[in-house]
Each structure stands twice: as structure tokens, then as C-alpha cells.
Design a protein. Structure first.
Length: 348
């Protein structure tokens, strides 16, 4: 059951509990390099990225946003630290959201200018607190980096925006520590009903970071917490999106692909199951069907274990059985198994 949160839009993409959980990422090109940045966003769109965030370190980058925005389809969020002029320019350039912590801008009048422009343009602001950037005051008050200092730090920024009657707020409280991240989001979700952007910050390289992010993000989503996710990997943002989409699919929050169930193989396996699974996955990748396909190593347990699958195969010695809803419909030689299975999937 999803936690109830406020609903609004980044461009044409909804955020909040009435909308599906979205996957976002951040470009790692130099934002000033318009061509490279647009080309990376296009690749991200192809793998299903819903929202993209761009670093805006200086005015040249802020000025590039308008040109980038015109060439891409997904909403753009400008990631800005400290400098209110960059935020104003980004808004002028047509971005669909800001990531900025109002407490770091200093002068309230400058914050007000940003808030007023965001109100006029209907642009949400994400407040993003990371374990590495908590204010000294909160570190001292709460005894270091912990759930209380993270949440209180976020709430200080929230109060600045609320005082200006701004409510299109998205929040994140990310740590590299999974437990601290989960507890911080749990606490935050009890205090506010703003949409939550969830993720484990700096989670590492592709393999380790995928596992860490899946545990952290997955645990929160399983509790109904989280409205948009970002997998943070040292590497390509394309991989971040692929992992993010797969986290949603694994939790049944996204049904845009065929789900493949395959057995781990054991001493009973007499066919090249790993190769079959990988080839079938490649051949059906483009198919937009909401079905389950089971690929099991043996006929002893295969069809029975995979009864809930719509279709599948159970390997034998040099052959395989094709079954539908647990009932065998065909016996096929191993070298024809993949093609026959794919043909049957196409019919569904
Ligand atoms: S389905 Fe058969 S081959 Fe696969 S793990 Fe189970 S018993 Fe082993």
C-alpha cells in the first residue's frame, strides 16, 4: 500500500501517490556541452528514463539548459547549489524542476525570488539532504550524522519554503548507509506528505551499487514509501535507469515487459539452460506483453514449480517440453526449443 503524498507535475510527468513511481537519473556529461548532453538524454529516454537532472555549476551551463530542453522529451531538473542567479536562469530556460536547498542560498529575498518564479511557472523544488552535507549546527545538536540530523536538516529547508507558502516540494534524505537511509525516509514520511525522491547516495560501482540500491530502494518501496527513485552508480546513467526500472518491475510496480522466471539449475539439469535463458531474454526484450515466462531445467519439477507462469519450458535430456499454465503442450528438440518458445510467446 503506497503512502499518500501530494501530487503535482514535472512537465508532463506526474509525481506523488496518484502516479506511478518514476525512475530518474542524472547526466554525467558537461552540461555546457549541449550536443553530448542531448545525446545522452536521448539514450536515457530510450531505456525508459522518466525525468533527468542536470548539474548546473555555472552560468554557461545555466544558459545551455534552454537549448537542451528544446531537443529532448523528458522533464529536466536543474541541480543547483548556492547561486540563486543560476536558479533564475534555469527557470528562464524552461526547466521543469529545481533541486536546490533554500537554506544554502543565504539571503531570504533571493530565495523568495526563486520561489516566486517557481510559483509562476508551476515548477516543483526538490530539497536534497545527503549525509555528507548536514549543517554543523544539526551535527552538534544531534551528535553527528544520524536519522535525526538528516531529517531535521531537511525540515529546516522545508520550513523556509512553507513560510513562503510554497508547497510543491519533493524531498530526499540520502545516506550511503542503507539503515540510516531507510529510517530517515520512514521518519520523514510520518512528518510530511510531500512526494519523496528515494535512493542510496554514492552506492558504488555497477555490481555493488546495484545490490546496495536494490536493497535500500526496494525496502522503502515495499513499505509504500517513495514516489520517484534514483539509482546512484559510479558509471553510466543508462545503467542507473536500467537498474531502477528493474527494481520497479521486481516489485510489481512496473509491468512493461515480459517477466522471465528461471530455475537456478541443479544436478538434474540436462540442457544448456543459462544459454537458453539469455537468448530467450534477448529475443523477447522488445515485446510489450504483461506475461510470465518460466524456463526450468527439468521436467520433474519444471511445469509444477512454474504453474503460475503463462508459458514455459522444462528441459529434458537433449529436448524440452513446452507448457502452458502448468500443462505440457509440446515436446521439442533442444536446438529448436528457443525458436518454438518464442513463437508460442508471440501468439499470446
Ligand atoms: S527445475 Fe529441475 S533442474 Fe531446475 S533447479 Fe529445479 S529440480 Fe533442478
Amino acid at each position: 500500500m503506497r503512502n499518500k503524498t501530494k501530487n503535482f507535475y514535472y512537465g508532463n510527468v506526474g509525481i506523488g501517490s496518484d502516479f506511478p513511481v518514476t525512475v530518474q537519473s542524472m547526466t554525467n556529461t558537461d552540461t555546457r556541452d549541449i550536443k553530448e548532453t542531448v545525446s545522452q538524454i536521448k539514450l536515457l529516454e530510450e531505456v525508459g528514463c522518466d525525468i533527468i537532472r542536470l548539474a548546473v555549476p555555472d552560468m554557461e551551463a545555466a544558459l545551455a539548459l534552454e537549448k537542451i530542453k528544446k531537443q529532448v522529451n523528458i522533464p529536466i531538473i536543474a541541480d543547483i547549489h548556492f547561486d540563486y542567479k543560476l536558479a533564475l536562469q534555469a527557470i528562464e530556460g524552461g526547466v521543469n524542476g529545481l533541486r536546490i536547498n533554500p537554506g544554502n542560498i543565504g539571503d531570504k529575498q533571493r530565495v523568495k525570488e526563486i520561489v516566486n518564479r517557481c510559483k509562476e511557472k508551476d515548477i516543483p523544488i526538490r530539497i536534497g539532504v545527503n549525509s555528507g552535507s548536514i549543517k554543523k549546527e544539526f551535527l552538534e545538536k544531534y551528535g553527528g550524522v544520524n536519522v535525526n540530523s538528516m531529517v531535521e536538516s531537511a525540515m529546516e529547508h522545508v520550513r523556509i519554503l512553507e513560510e513562503m507558502n510554497f508547497k510543491k516540494i519533493v524531498l530526499s534524505v540520502k545516506s550511503t548507509d542503507i539503515h540510516m537511509t531507510i529510517e530517515s525516509y520512514e521518519k520523514l514520511s510520518q512528518i510530511v506528505d510531500y512526494p519523496l525522491h528515494i535512493g542510496i547516495t554514492e552506492s558504488g560501482s555497477l555490481w555493488k551499487g546495484t545490490i546496495k540500491s536494490s536493497i535500500g530502494i526496494g525496502s522503502l518501496l515495499a513499505k509504500g514509501i517513495g514516489d520517484t527513485i534514483r539509482v546512484s552508480l559510479t558509471g553510466s546513467p543508462i545503467e542507473e535507469v536500467k537498474v531502477g526500472k528493474q527494481i520497479l518491475r521486481s516489485l510489481g510496480l512496473l509491468n512493461d515487459r515480459i517477466e522471465v522466471i528461471s530455475c537456478p539449475t541443479c544436478g538434474r539439469t540436462r540442457i544448456a539452460l543459462e544459454k537458453i535463458v539469455s537468448e530467450v531474454e534477448q529475443k523477447i526484450e522488445h515485446m510489450n506483453k504483461s506475461i510470465k515466462v518460466a524456463i526450468m531445467g527439468c521436467e520433474v519439477n519444471g511445469p509444477g514449480e512454474a504453474k503460475e507462469a503463462d508459458i514455459g519450458i522444462a528441459g529434458g535430456n537433449g529436448l524440452g517440453l513446452i507448457f502452458k499454465k502448468g500443462k505440457v503442450i509440446k515436446k521439442v528438440e533442444e536446438n529448436k526449443l528457443i525458436d518454438e518458445l518464442v513463437k508460442e510467446i508471440e501468439k499470446l
